[in-house]
Ligand binder design. Structure first.
Ligand code: C6P
Length: 409
């Protein structure tokens, strides 16, 4: 059984009051909290073996290099990469996707090519493709979403042709929660010769993700949404693809040999890691995936299906509340965006804050999706391993209070 009570004891930040009420943290979709082991691993690095990596001949640097590379192995294993050489540390999902757009994209996308993405993407998986298309003369097409918050797959299938070079989709929407049928979509894309990039910012923290079973071509994700620190993320791709890609950023550590006439590149993955990396953060990231592995990603997914199911049931009964996204908890993650009558989402969040409930309001970096929904903003609750049914009950009570306070007769 998933022991949330025990898990909560590992997160020191959760044991506090905010606005004189016990903190209910419902914004893990934006950034998760960190367990003690992650915090301690970074503290230990700074206290006991802080040094730059891949440079020093002395013991401290060798220890730091080993810990940094060991963290890479842990993260690579976590997504079942066939080798750690396919796992590149970046700052976050945004940087991982930009790496693909600027390196693979500028080398491979030509005028008239098509990039398919969706209407429900986070800006991180949308703006880089718009920029790439503008620079190359390619075109971006957006799979529409249906009224129930699913992708219009008939459109996707109809659009697939040899002109499609890349399909870039989220594996879990940060607003609607939608989990598209990725495996089928990848097969269909490959059948016309297109590569597939998965935005795993919301999926990798919340469900088992196996890049070999999925057979995707790129996977981007962030450490800070999966119990790790900020400033560290990852890009995974297959060795053959990464080997053929030019470097994204150049400078120290990513070279093999530099002369005044030109340079050659380091082997994978370092070819894509220019400059001093985020060493403490990588170590913390490694510790985070170890913690998640200890709980089991299938168990985490099951916990969130149960919690989301309960939350949908309860929220659907709140007067005037409308949920956006699939109603079937099996088809979605635990980010639930909603509106309540004509009360502004920011006002709802402010009242909830007064009740000790941390929740996000805004466009959640998905403006085209909110345009499609005809909304300037939504309020969003998002769950993780430390959330409970009682948190949902407190949210519902807070929403009732917000309606009482903010609705004019
Ligand atoms: N979404 C949210 O509150 P970064 O900022 O690079 O770590 O992650 C970007 C990103 C990309 N894709 C998806 C699906 C995301 O949800 C996010 C981050 C946060 O929804 C912050 S806007």
């Amino acid at each position: 059984m998933f022991n949330t009570k025990k898990i909560r004891q590992d997160f020191p930040i959760l044991d506090q009051k905010t606005n004189n009420k016990p903190l209910i943290y419902l914004d893990s979709g934006a950034s998760s909290q960190k367990p003690q082991t992650v915090i301690e691993s970074m503290d230990t690095y700074y206290r006991q073996y802080n040094a730059n990596v891949h440079r020093g001949i002395y013991q401290l640097s060798e220890k730091a290099s080993a810990a940094y590379e060991n963290a890479r192995k842990k993260v690579a294993r976590f997504i079942n990469a066939s080798t750690w050489r396919e796992l590149i540390f970046t700052r976050n999902t945004t940087e991982s996707i930009n790496l693909v757009a600027y390196s693979w994209g500028l080398a491979n996308i030509k005028p008239g090519d098509i990039i398919i993405t969706t209407e429900m993407e986070h800006h991180a998986n949308l703006v880089p493709w718009q920029q790439l298309a503008a620079q190359t003369g390619a075109m971006v097409k957006y799979i529409p979403i249906t009224e129930q918050g699913y992708l219009d797959l008939a459109k996707y299938e109809a659009w697939l042709s040899p002109a499609v070079k890349l399909v870039a989709i989220t594996q879990m929407s940060n607003v609607l929660g939608t989990i598209p049928p990725i495996k089928t979509m990848i097969k269909q894309a490959h059948a016309v010769g297109a590569l597939v990039l998965l935005d795993g910012a919301q999926s990798v923290p919340h469900m088992p993700v196996d890049v070999q079973t999925l057979d995707c071509d790129f996977l981007a994700f962030s450490g800070h949404k999966m119990l790790g620190p900020t400033g560290i993320g990852a890009l995974w791709s297959r060795k053959d693809i990464l080997s053929a890609m030019p470097p994204f950023m150049t400078g120290g550590d990513m070279i093999k040999r530099v002369t005044l006439e030109g340079s050659t590149w380091n082997s994978l993955p370092w070819k894509f890691e220019a400059g001093t990396p985020a060493i403490a953060e990588a170590i913390g990231f490694g510790e985070a995936v170890e913690y998640l592995d200890g709980l089991g990603m299938a168990n985490i997914r099951q916990h969130e299906i149960e919690l989301t199911s309960y939350a949908l049931e309860q929220l659907n009964q709140v007067e005037g509340l409308q949920i956006y996204g699939p109603q079937n908890p099996q088809d979605r993650g635990g980010a639930i965006a909603f509106t309540m009558g004509d009360i502004h989402p920011h006002d709802i969040a402010a009242v909830l804050d007064g009740e000790g409930i941390a929740i996000r309001a805004g466009h959640h970096c998905a403006m085209p999706l909110h345009d499609k929904l005809g909304l300037p903003a939504t309020t969003r609750a998002s769950f993780y391993i430390y959330n409970t049914a009682e948190d949902v009950d407190r949210l519902v009570e807070g929403l009732d209070k917000a309606r009482e306070l903010l609705t004019r007769d």
